[in-house]
Design a protein around this ligand. Structure first.
Ligand SMILES: Cc1cc2nc3c(=O)[nH]c(=O)nc-3n(C[C@H](O)[C@H](O)[C@H](O)COP(=O)(O)OP(=O)(O)OC[C@H]3O[C@@H](n4cnc5c(N)ncnc54)[C@H](O)[C@@H]3O)c2cc1C
Length: 381
């Protein structure tokens, strides 16, 4: 299939991209429809990804990881989501899980993360609650100090890898009336008494990812599992999401890239009025606009990732990469469905699923309205 080639990659990036693309083409894409229809968790594909080391890519080398930079990770994320958006979210939750510990954790805590990932475990990031999504500072899960441990109570909702993770980052408050200042972050290991998976979401799209509740009933967590200091939890959550947003944009681009490639191929083969539909200017220009937008979104993600790799934190750029990438994804996939016509609308063919998958990128890791709140806040300050 024709694709939008990437240029100026390092040899390491080329190798990694080729490896993930092959995995996507040979293993993920052929199985995606079956898992999407059944809603079953793709255990065998996840095992293959774990064996390939894809969950440990961002882990520092001294902990057994690959320590790849964010620019390279964005390439991997795009390729995985080109394979399947939901599958890339399952694997991406590990990158999201490593980030708060990398930013605020200590050596012992990073070792816990490493033990989880190196033994094939997955991670989950537990911030959202039923009444605290965009307004996450109003969360209600509580913690109390009890000797040399903390006791957590509450329910997290919409958590990726809720029932399959081995290690969770849980955000809780010592007093909801304190707002953001009352929140702390804890590492919680699966199997800790009182921790369980609750209701699983039956989702519109990204059905190859597991999303659900994480229930905490008198969960006793050792004090050494507190990330950073008490009261730093909201800062930890916001800093983490700030830095993972660009790769959320990369995932969106990957999902759209599949749809673009599919529509492009179709436009070369499908004939109406004696010529391939791509030769009708209306369709050719739609494809050109798709290519322009994808290229622009990719460059924005790459720029955000380069800033992150240089230690330069510019929230408006990170939010732009996420918002633009996901808006482009929605538009490109919608246009791809249009180009493929009735076959784009049929569940027999892959674009209908890609359209359902596309929507999530405008919602999670901070909705695109919230990204605009962040961007306008920064430019108007
Ligand atoms: C598949 C999936 C996976 C997820 N994975 C995780 C995960 O792993 N960990 C985790 O912690 N969370 C996760 N989430 C939660 C996700 O981040 C939230 O759903 C998201 O932040 C939105 O919160 P909400 O659904 O409560 O919507 P709300 O916050 O109730 O927002 C509803 C609408 O109001 C708009 N809105 C709200 N406030 C404002 C404002 N100030 N200005 C303008 N518009 C506003 C929103 O943009 C949205 O359109 C996941 C969600 C889904 C669906």
């Amino acid at each position: 299939m024709a694709t939008l080639e990437r240029y100026l990659l390092t040899d390491e990036q080329k190798d990694l991209q080729a490896m993930v693309r092959e995995f996507a083409d040979k293993e993920i894409i052929p199985r995606a429809k079956e898992y999407d229809l059944s809603g079953e968790y793709p255990k065998d594909l996840v095992k293959q990804a774990v064996d390939m080391g894809l969950t440990r890519l961002s882990l520092p080398k001294k902990y057994g990881g690959e320590a790849i930079d964010n620019q390279t990770y964005a390439i991997v994320k795009e390729e995985l989501a080109r394979g399947d958006a939901g599958f890339s979210v399952t694997i991406g939750a590990c990158y999201l899980g490593v980030m708060p510990v990398k930013l605020f954790g200590n050596d012992k805590q990073m070792q816990k993360v490493a033990d989880c990932l190196n033994s094939g475990g997955l991670m989950a990031f537990g911030l959202t609650e039923a009444a605290a999504g965009s307004d996450s500072a109003s969360l209600k899960t509580t913690y109390v100090k009890d000797g040399d441990s903390y006791i957590l109570n509450g329910t997290k909702t919409f958590i990726t890898n809720a029932s399959v993770a081995s290690l969770y980052t849980i955000f809780a408050t010592k007093d909801p009336s304190l707002g953001a200042k009352g929140i702390s972050a804890f590492i919680v290991e699966a199997g800790t008494p009182g921790l369980s998976a609750g209701k699983e979401e039956d989702k519109m799209g990204i059905r190859l990812s597991n999303t659900g509740e994480v229930v905490l009933q008198d969960v006793r967590v050792p004090a050494e599992n507190l990330l950073g200091e008490e009261g730093q939890g909201f800062k930890i959550a916001m800093n983490t999401l700030n830095q993972t947003r660009p790769t959320s944009g990369a995932g969106a681009i990957g999902n759209a890239m599949f749809a673009y490639e599919y529509a492009l191929q179709y436009a070369k083969e499908r004939k109406t009025f004696g010529k391939p539909i791509g030769k009708h200017q209306a369709v050719g220009f739609m494809l050109a606009d798709m290519a322009i937008q994808l290229e622009a979104a990719r460059q924005m993600v790459n720029y955000a990732a380069r800033l992150m790799d240089s230690g330069i934190v510019v929230p408006r750029v990170f939010s732009s990469a996420k918002a633009f990438g996901s808006d482009v994804c929605m538009k490109v996939v919608l246009d791809a469905v249009q180009i493929v016509g009735g076959y784009g609308y049929s569940r027999e063919y892959p674009l209908e699923k890609r359209l359902r998958d596309a929507k999530i990128y405008q919602i999670f890791e901070g909705t695109n309205q919230i990204q605009r709140v962040i961007i306008s806040g920064q430019i108007l300050a």
